[in-house]
Design a protein around this ligand. Structure first.
Ligand code: ARG
Ligand code: ZN
Length: 872
């Protein structure tokens, strides 16, 4: 039943040409496909096409209509037994886009037709060899009534258009061979923002971003990000755009972020529309990175695609790495790196440590949609990053040039990717393949010992990866360890290695254990290891707290400076006796350091999250974590209150005086992030506060909320009010609702803010929210705003000892699974780590999973994940 990598078989037929004609109708769309087929496999192999939920209207072979006895139809296939070596096949089917709530294939969103085909959605449109290694040239005719559907879009170039009574049509031709998952079609009423870009070699590209009518201005930031992405890919990777037209369409109903269809990207509107009044700085940042991500796929994904879905990270890991590089160049490397590592640890590390652990290249699956995971995306990106760290930026660029040149127009594998590194270095990269095929986060330990007499520092390094489900035996992987030394007062400390005097070096741990010797170390050093997080591992460094504080105050590597602070905070929060005094002093010094940018300071104010802490405490006790973290944060807030208040006020005055128009640039966003982080930390002192303090906090929160002139500050104000959870809470929510009730994307934030409020009362509130007239479980953005925000971002309430949070989420998964399995399944992972939890949590979570799994007619998506979660 599961699909296995080892069962891969090349296709028996090539489809050199695909002509599609769509007669769009909400409930009875007719699709005809004319396929030019050629046998490339076994002489007697039948033609097997894939198709689901299609009503077959007719098939003809070389113009001759086939009898039903000539072929066999199952719920998933159309098989024609006896076919020549070269032939043309005409297939006509009927589909129902309006009833398609899976949001996969052709469906309707806000009265428009749109598509989502990756990974296996094209088979819901017409019978086809719907697999990524069948590349075809597509010509698409879209026909629809003129009224209501002025725009008819598909991939490539518009080659013809015309009218036909009340209907009209457009014919699109994509000159590039592509797999069916990159097909797209959009038809409906739209506004368009137009611009143009001239590529390095002089091609003029028309850029068009299509949005809901009236929303054109809100596409301006995405357009700007697109042009910057296009330039960046030319400058950094030497890759140019290849068509005369690049289009993006924003839709409200979408299962995930966005999709890189050739020449016609389709975006979740929440990752495209932006203006200061409706989105936050974080949204701007995400929009910029997703625009870049989808654009970069034109090479890493479309020009070079994947041979099969096991190679998904070939395009996703590489493209995430590329978009992270772009964001780092736009917004600063250190801050970007910290954010990327935070995301990796928040989402990928728990996955790798739990029952759903899988290699970056999985070996089997039931539903590939279940594998669009943090492991494939984020760990996949880390592997590319390690390769770059290992070979250096120049050689990396040569390897990537080689990869794109030698694999252009093909469906490639991870081996092909590594071959390019071999080709340009002459070295064997087979050991790196282990990162792709072995699940689990390696644990790296480093034990330094210093000999003052010989001025020699010896570092003992060791790695181990614990067993993961279905993979008991692990092997060492190559781990690039960037490390440097500092003295206890924070100054860089030099040492000698391989005859060179440096203060920073790169060592690759290839075996289970190794020893690294650094000479001429003048004083007992502070070791700063795994700088810039040079490998996605869990590091245990034997060191004194005093050393951590030294790195907190002055590590030359900003990532490790932040890391030292996080690591200290984790220890202090979880050790019941830890106090915040020394930590507060180091933070005070950091906030006063003028060499650091605001965005970095905002990050270092942020304490480890409850899920971060849950990863290092066994068994996990969510209430204890919440209580300890809140108490530590309150202590920190009290210790620094006057400083943070003064700093906050200084920024407040500056803001009020400046009256400058909003700018989403990194520096301005960093300033807002810092001011809002200060506000958040101030609010933490409400625990055990006296009346005067409480009154002050209430007033500050209200004032911040009411005086904000953009969504970033408004949300910070709303969250401050929520943190206090006082008398103002409901009134403020009402005020916000009245202001934005006609803005669905802002209402999503309103729902999410309530679902994430860490007050026990939220348990009832989320249930009430699902009865709200604006709630609609069929709209993934809205559903996620309530349900996912609650389960994933409100741990202390989700894990309420009553088990009610679990019941609620299990109900929601089952509800949505009836019509949108792909989206429902994504939520199963919140129960994944149940075995690590203390009682009664573990039993209650397990019971929720069992209840899900025992439900009749469960989708493959949910049953695969719930089954795995329980079995491991
Ligand atoms: N390729 C898209 C992207 O990452 C995501 C497609 C997600 N598809 C899915 N079935 N989950 O840019
Ligand atoms: Zn992608």
């Amino acid at each position: 039943r599961p699909i296995r990598l080892t069962d891969y078989k090349a296709p028996d037929f090539r489809v050199s040409d695909t002509k599609l004609v769509f007669d769009l109708h909400p409930t009875e769309t007719k699709v005809t496909a004319t396929l030019t087929l050629e046998r490339i496999g076994a002489a007697e192999a039948p033609l097997v096409l894939l198709g689901e939920r299609l009503k077959l209207l007719g098939v003809s072979l070389d113009g001759r209509a086939l009898e039903t006895s000539d072929y066999e139809v199952t719920p998933e296939t159309l098989t024609i037994g006896d076919v020549p070596d070269r032939f043309t096949l005409d297939i006509a089917v009927q589909i129902n886009p309006q009833d398609n709530k899976t949001l996969e294939g052709l469906y309707m969103s806000s009265g428009r037709y749109c598509t989502q085909c990756e990974a296996e959605g094209f088979r819901k449109i017409v019978y086809f060899p719907d697999r990524p290694d069948v590349l075809s040239k597509f010509t698409v005719t879209v026909r629809a009534p003129k009224a209501g559907f002025p725009y008819l879009l598909s991939n490539g170039n518009l080659i013809d258009a015309g009218e036909d009574g009340d209907a009209h049509y457009a014919i699109w031709e994509d000159p590039f061979f592509k797999p069916s998952y990159l097909f797209a079609l959009v038809a409906g009423e739209l506004d368009v923002l137009e611009d143009a870009f001239t590529t390095a070699s002089g091609r003029k590209v028309d850029l068009k971003i299509y949005v809901d009518t009236g929303m054109r201005e809100r596409a301006a930031y995405a357009m700007d990000a697109l042009k910057r992405s296009m330039r960046w890919d030319e400058e950094v990777y030497g890759l140019e755009y290849d068509l005369d037209l690049f289009m993006i369409v924003a839709v409200r109903d979408f299962n995930f972020g966005a999709m890189e269809n050739k020449g016609l990207n389709i975006f979740n509107a929440s990752l495209l529309l932006a203006d200061p009044d409706t989105v936050t700085d974080l949204d701007y940042e995400r929009i910029e990175s997703v625009i870049a991500h989808e654009y970069f796929h034109n090479w890493s994904g479309n020009r070079v695609t994947c041979r099969d879905w096991f190679q998904l990270c070939l395009k996703e890991g590489l493209t995430v790495f590329r978009d992270q590089g772009f964001s780092a160049d736009m917004r600063g490397d250190a801050v970007q790196r910290i954010k990327d590592v935070k995301a990796l640890r928040a989402r990928q590390f728990p996955e790798d440590a739990g029952p759903l652990a899988h290699p970056v290249r999985p070996s089997s699956y039931l539903k590939i949609d279940n594998f669009y995971t943090a492991t494939i995306y984020e760990k996949g990106a880390e592997i590319v990053g390690m390769l770059k760290t290992y070979v250096g930026p120049e050689v990396y660029r040569k390897a990537l040039d080689h990869y794109f040149q030698t694999n252009d127009g093909t469906a490639a594998t991870l081996e092909d990717f590594l071959k390019s590194f071999e080709a340009v270095t002459g070295e064997d990269f087979a050991p790196w393949l282990k990162w792709y095929v072995q699940a689990g986060t390696p644990h790296l330990s480093i034990t330094p010992s210093y000999d003052a007499e010989t001025q020699r520092l010896t570092l003992a390094l060791a790695q181990v990866t614990h067993p993961t489900p279905a993979q008991a035996n692990k092997h060492p992987v190559p781990i690039p360890v960037r490390l440097g030394l500092l003295s206890e007062d924070g100054a860089p400390l030099t040492f000698t290695i391989d005859g060179e005097t440096v203060s920073d070096t790169l060592f690759v741990l290839r075996e289970a254990e190794a020893e690294l010797v650094l000479e001429d170390v003048a004083v007992a050093p502070v070791v700063s290891a795994l700088r810039r997080f040079s490998a996605p591992v869990k590091l245990t460094l034997t060191e004194l707290d005093a050393h951590k504080f030294a790195r907190f105050r002055g590590d030359a590597d900003p990532f490790n400076r932040w890391e030292a602070a996080q690591s200290l905070a984790k220890d202090l929060i979880l050790s019941a006796t830890g106090t915040a005094a020394a930590y507060a002093e180091a933070l005070r010094a950091t906030l006063a350091d003028d060499t650091l940018d605001d965005a970095f300071k905002a990050l270092i104010i942020g304490l480890p999250t409850e899920p971060d802490l849950a990863q290092i405490l066994t068994p996990v006790d969510p209430a204890y974590i919440h209580a300890r973290r809140s108490a530590f944060k309150a202590e920190l807030s009290n210790a620094l209150f006057d400083d943070i208040e003064a700093l906050y006020e200084r920024f407040e005055d500056e803001r009020l005086e400046a009256q400058a128009p909003f700018s989403p640039d990194a520096k301005s966003a960093g300033r807002r992030a810092l001011r809002n982080a200060l506000l958040d930390l101030m609010m933490a002192s409400h625990i055990d506060a006296d009346d005067a303090r409480r009154e002050k906090l209430n007033w500050r929160a209200q004032y911040h909320y009411q005086l904000s002139h953009n969504m970033t500050d408004l949300m910070a104000g709303l969250n401050a009010v929520a943190q206090l959870h006082g008398e103002d809470y409901d009134g403020t929510l009402e005020h916000f609702y009245d202001m934005f009730k006609t803005e669905p994307l802002v209402l999503d934030k309103w729902f999410a803010a309530q679902a994430m409020c860490a007050n026990p009362e939220t348990l009832n509130r989320v249930r009430r929210l699902t009865q709200h007239p604006d709630f609609d479980a069929r709209v993934p953005n809205r559903w996620r705003a309530v349900v996912q925000a609650f389960a994933a971002n409100n741990p202390s309430v989700f894990h309420d000892v009553s088990g009610q949070g679990y019941d609620f989420i299990a109900d929601q998964i089952l509800l949505v699974d009836k019509f949108n399995p792909m989206t429902a399944a994504r939520l199963v992972e919140v129960f994944g780590g149940f075995k690590r939890y203390a009682e009664p949590h573990a039993s209650l979570m397990k019971a929720a999973l069992e209840r899900i799994l025992a439900t009749p007619d469960l989708s493959k998506n949910v049953s695969e994940l719930a089954g795995k979660a329980l079995a491991a």
